[in-house]
Unconditional design. Structure first.
Length: 181
């Protein structure tokens, strides 16, 4: 917003948000309890002050302006924006998730050429499997190849399919490598 408008209000908002990110930078990688403690001490006062400030600014600018719309959006979603203060496991933003799903969204137009509704459903299933593997630190091709071979060969029965989920599969591979499986 600031880049487009050069608004001093937008500039101040960016500075306030940057202060929150600076705090997050200092606690990245810390246990959830420590993150929550620091957020309570350092971030909460900034967030409370920002809410008051945004409310004041909203009354000073034209209601139909882009900046007013942005401020109203933030205030209307405030409870979700401040959840990170209550839970040290949460991130300040959704960038991690967005990076994880970016490959799926980039190729989503390709799914339009799946041929029919069933093709689209199959595309969605494969995309979900691949992303689940990635999110669990499992190399998707190796996992899918092994899982499909186990199912087709009958080495894994229908009642054992849970053992092939990425997190269970990975644990079994690690146990085998350690000689305990």
């Amino acid at each position: 917003m600031f880049v487009a408008t050069k608004s001093p209000i937008a500039e101040e908002a960016v500075k306030r948000i940057a202060a929150l990110y600076a705090i997050e930078s200092g606690i990245r990688g810390e246990p959830a309890e420590e993150r929550q403690r620091v957020r309570h001490e350092q971030s909460r006062p900034l967030v409370v002050a920002m809410h008051v400030w945004l409310t004041e600014q909203l009354s000073r600018i034209p209601g139909a302006s882009t900046l007013a719309k942005a401020i109203r959006y933030a205030l209307n979603h405030w409870s979700g924006l401040v959840l990170f203060l209550e839970d040290g496991r949460l991130e300040l933003d959704t960038n991690t998730v967005e990076r994880a799903i970016r490959p799926v969204t980039i190729v989503r137009k390709n799914a339009l050429f799946a041929g029919n509704d069933n093709g689209g459903r199959h595309w969605a299933i494969i995309a979900t499997l691949v992303q689940s593997a990635k999110l669990n630190g499992v190399e998707p091709l190796a996992w899918l190849t092994d899982v499909l071979e186990r199912i087709v060969s009958g080495r894994t029965r229908q009642h054992e399919l849970e053992t092939l989920l990425p997190w269970n599969w990975q644990a079994a591979r690690e146990a085998e490598a350690a000689g305990t499986g």
